[in-house]
Design a protein around this ligand. Structure first.
Ligand code: GLU
Length: 289
């Protein structure tokens, strides 16, 4: 079995990342499996090479050791292109020229588990209309026509398990709730949903451990697996760490960064041991499910 930790290099890691990475590593080690590290570095606007070094340093400091080479998404762009081409051949993708502001301004935009659902503005554009916009220099993303994709894939389920007990249960996937999500962005060669799903399969990941906040994403990943004939791993969504205000820790809030703890002279072995026993620094706790 294989688990992985897949950070995006958009900042230094905080204590919640450290906890998640330790859990994924321990889970694999306890079962004689492998633990891999993947850097999700294809977000050209937010990814920074210096954060990759920082992440590696933070993980090593807290005692996280991965098997094999680090996998970089930036080295796999041809695979994402090939998958997009297959989905295009199935007529499941369409170019979307909308800006974020266009979507936010659409009065009808309902909210799904992942934010506003795309109202479908560009779904009905004719080939001519699309060509005219491209000729006018408008850039576009590629969205999946979710209704069509679901019709093609049929009913889907994914297997869920938990950190505490090895039992698995089937969960019905409801990708329609997310609407026509983006699979290739205007500013990135593939969206998180596509690259993550393809990479988990390519790396032979059998157990995906990640935060509860990505539960709805799993429905979309299951659909992509079905469309592209990829195996479906077992998913373990763990609770997130929250701060004193009850809000999840986020890199942008400067929530207890591992680098800061290190600078304060914290003993990393002791910290890792505390995290493994769910003893967190004052004010930090696990969100209740
Ligand atoms: N790069 C994603 C993140 O940092 C990974 C999510 C996942 O584990 O699938 O949120």
């Amino acid at each position: 079995m294989v688990t992985r930790f897949a950070p995006s290099p958009t900042g230094r890691l905080h204590i919640g990342h450290g906890w998640s990475a330790l859990r994924a590593m321990d889970f694999a080690r306890a079962r004689g499996g492998a633990f891999r590290l993947r850097i999700e570095d294809i977000d050209g606007t937010r990814s920074r090479p210096e954060h990759v070094e920082g992440i590696v340093e933070d993980l090593r400091w807290i005692g996280v050791e991965w098997d094999g080479e680090i996998a970089f998404q930036s080295a796999r762009l041809a695979h994402y292109d090939a998958a997009l081409a297959r989905l295009q051949d199935m007529r499941l993708l369409y170019p979307c020229f909308c800006t974020r502001a266009d979507i936010a301004a659409s009065a009808s935009a309902p909210h799904g588990p992942e934010g506003p659902i795309y109202p479908g503005t560009c779904r009905g554009l004719s080939k001519d209309q699309q060509a005219r916009r491209v000729a006018a220099g408008q850039t576009h993303a590629w969205r999946i026509d979710m209704a069509r994709a679901v019709e093609r894939a049929g009913a889907l389920r994914w297997q869920a398990s938990s950190l505490e007990c090895g039992d698995t249960q089937w969960v019905e996937a409801k990708p329609l709730l997310a609407g026509d999500v983006v699979l290739a962005r205007k500013d990135a060669p593939a969206s998180y949903h596509l690259s993550c799903t393809l990479d988990d399969a390519a790396m032979g990941v059998t157990h995906v451990l990640r935060g509860d906040d990505l539960r709805a994403a799993t429905d979309i990943h299951r659909l992509i697996q079905a469309l592209l004939d990829l195996p479906s791993p077992i998913y373990i969504h763990h609770p997130l760490l929250v701060g004193p205000d009850g809000r999840r820790l986020a890199k942008r809030d400067g929530s207890i960064a591992l680098a800061d703890l290190r600078a304060q002279g914290v003993d990393p072995k002791r910290l890792a041991d505390d995290l493994r026993h769910a003893r967190f620094p004052i004010g930090i706790s696990l969100a209740s499910a």
